[in-house]
Design a protein around this ligand. Structure first.
Ligand code: HEM
Length: 480
């Protein structure tokens, strides 16, 4: 073979290799069909607009404008990452049902800094499954029914019966008092009003401010820095409780609080101290903040709908009247089960109030949905509240209409997702509903109330009443 022949062969092989590589790379990297959208400013993206405060009874200007412009699935840049936002109920369900397979929870790192690296919101995979099992055990239907119910009733009465006729109270603060006392008792057997419980509450308030702070900077004076400090004080507090328990067990002393979470975790799990502390803090956080806002929302909605107020009162008067006939005094699980219209009010409150607006996820595989690509590693935000405001799913969605739930036997349709879904479905949903129903029971039987100072709920992005929802309460003539 001549030299020129060899050179020709060599060059044609190189050329063939280039062509093959070109075709192969072209094939391997097809152009992505990303949802439409806008990535906003460098680094910040559209985060500021996304987090801007808005009235809670709407989806918010940012979401409404983006949906009108791009549709219910759009791309953006949020929290420093490229993101897909989904206001599509179908995609939201798909995301939640594919937890661990195509998507996984991915809350901002700053949240892990305060809630802890073992927090339920932060962990994924096997560790999440184990911690979830512990939480489900603590919050199981039968435990709520046979163990927590009495306590829920006691703590609701304790708060509600402390109000004076014709006084002004902060409904939000009172609802928080109720849910905090209940959780502190259930988790660590702390009694309301005792100095240690009050100290924990004060620390917890600082902690909460940091969890929800929009500027998670660990700098002197910031809410975030204060929250990290409060977290370490709370953890020391819980640790001291655990040591005290362990000593008593060693001494062979009876541990009366054997039914609280602390004892259960110490005796039934292999969790490390740090894991136990983060779990306890997660449950204190998850179980206190959300349900108290839900109760405040119900207190806010009801005066605007006198017919619902009337029907609700009739239902509860009927329950107590029939109990009186049998000489029964205490509220029971059977009474709770009779609260049919109350359940319609609860569902409607959760639908319109949307305590949790959206979830944080990331795609762990390349995903294709309805022709759109969601690239691996991208942030994904299922906006679970969007379907609740969609007239295709709920007629006249901005109206508070508890009757829309009548005949549903308490079962909601699958576009209603206040508690999320899939393998991260809220572990405390049953507890939350019982807390709301029992609180409403005592409230409606004992008081009329009017809203003051025109307070209304806003999204910060957590839902809150800026003035604490001040109400004036008047004891009903038939206070029970
Ligand atoms: C109206 C009140 C409540 C609402 C609207 C609510 C909503 C939610 C939502 C949407 C999630 C899913 C988060 C995600 O997928 O990333 C969740 C998870 C969770 N919730 Fe609730 N929640 C409420 C009350 C409670 C209560 C009373 C507890 C009791 C301690 C609780 C404990 C939890 C826990 C432990 C998780 C994590 C579940 C997991 O990751 O497996 N929640 N909640």
């Amino acid at each position: 073979m001549s030299d020129s022949h060899l050179t020709f062969c060599f060059l044609s092989s190189i050329l063939a290799l280039i062509v093959i590589t070109f075709i192969f790379t072209k094939r391997k990297k097809p152009t992505l069909n990303l949802p439409p959208g806008h990535t906003g400013w460098p680094l910040l993206g559209e985060t500021i607009g996304y987090l801007r405060t808005y009235q809670a009874l709407r989806l918010g200007e940012f979401m409404e404008n983006h949906i009108a412009r791009y549709g219910t699935i759009y791309r953006s840049n949020l929290f420093g990452e490229p993101a897909i936002v989904s206001a599509d109920a179908g995609l939201n369900r798909f995301i939640m049902q594919n937890e661990g397979k195509l998507f996984e929870a991915s809350y901002p790192k700053s949240l892990g800094g305060v809630l802890g690296k073992w927090s339920m919101l932060v962990i994924v995979g096997d560790m999440h499954r184990d911690m979830r099992n512990i939480s489900l055990n603590f919050l199981s239907y039968s435990r709520v029914r046979f163990h927590l119910f009495k306590d829920i009733d006691y703590h609701a009465r304790r708060v509600i019966f402390s109000w004076k006729h014709n006084s002004t109270i902060s409904a939000q603060k009172e609802a928080r008092r109720f849910t905090f006392n209940l959780m502190a008792k259930q988790i660590m057997s702390l009694d309301p009003g005792k100095p240690e419980t009050e100290q924990l509450k004060t620390e917890y308030v600082s902690f909460m401010k940091g969890v929800v702070s929009l500027v998670p900077l660990n700098l002197p004076g910031t809410a975030y820095r204060k929250a990290i400090k409060a977290r370490s004080t709370i953890l020391k507090f819980i640790e001291a409780k655990m040591e005290e328990r362990a000593k008593r067990v060693q001494k062979g002393e009876a541990v009366e609080e054997e039914n609280d979470l602390l004892n259960w975790v110490v005796t039934n799990t292999n969790l490390s101290n740090e894991q136990m502390l983060d779990l306890i803090l997660s449950l204190l956080f998850g179980g206190h903040e959300t349900s108290s806002v839900a109760i405040a929302l119900a207190i806010y909605f009801l005066p605007g709908c006198p017919r619902a107020m009337q029907q609700l009162r009739e239902e509860h008067v009927e329950i107590v009247t029939s109990k009186k006939k049998t000489g029964e005094v205490e509220l029971t699980w059977d009474d709770y089960k009779k609260m049919e219209f109350t359940h319609c009010v609860l569902n409607e409150t959760l639908r319109l109030g949307n305590v949790v607006r959206y979830l944080h996820r990331k795609a762990i595989k390349d995903v294709r949905y309805k022709g759109y690509d969601i690239p691996r590693g991208w942030k994904v935000l299922p906006v679970i509240s969007a379907a609740h405001f969609d007239p295709q799913h709920f007629d006249q969605p901005h109206q508070f209409n508890p009757w829309r739930w009548q005949g549903s036997n308490g079962k909601a349709d699958n576009n209603f997702m206040p508690f999320g879904g899939g393998s991260r479905y809220c572990a405390g949903s049953e507890l939350a509903k019982v807390e709301m129903a029992v609180f409403i029971h005592h409230l409606i039987l004992n008081y009329n109330w009017e809203l003051l100072e025109g307070d209304e709920p806003f999204v910060y992005p957590y839902v809150d009443f800026p003035k604490g929802l001040p109400i004036k309460v008047q004891a009903t003539s038939s206070s029970i």
